[in-house]
Unconditional design. Structure first.
Length: 114
């Protein structure tokens, strides 16, 4: 099982980033997918989740209306479109695949700063 995140970086407040997670080594379409994040000095938290079909999503209150999770079961990938970024969105973002157990990627750093 391999989950590889990409798309992180440094962005100014109000800017946008799109994170991608490429999955391999398992049947992607059977797994629910989610994005977690851990900011400096903070607990790890669930940011967004999407079910295996892509028909159901949910979001942390702190990102609702700003972030959108999506997936492509042909490309075995999940995405997180992040708009109107705030300094408090600064964190390492992790891609997670869940079925009977969870698999985690290595994370990608997102820094929101002027």
């Amino acid at each position: 099982v391999q989950l590889v995140e990409s798309g992180g970086g440094l962005v100014q407040p109000g800017g946008s980033l799109r994170l991608s997670c490429a999955a391999s080594g398992f049947t992607f379409s059977r797994y629910d997918m989610s994005w977690y994040r851990q900011g400096p000095g903070k607990e790890r938290e669930l940011v967004a989740a999407i079910d295996k079909s892509g028909g159901s999503t949910n979001y942390a209150d702190s990102v609702k209306g700003r972030f959108t999770i999506s997936r492509d079961n042909v490309k075995n990938s999940v995405y997180l479109q992040m708009n109107s970024l705030k300094p408090e969105d600064t964190a390492v973002y992790y891609c997670v695949a869940s079925l009977y157990k969870s698999y985690w990627g290595q994370g990608t750093q997102v820094t929101v700063s002027s």
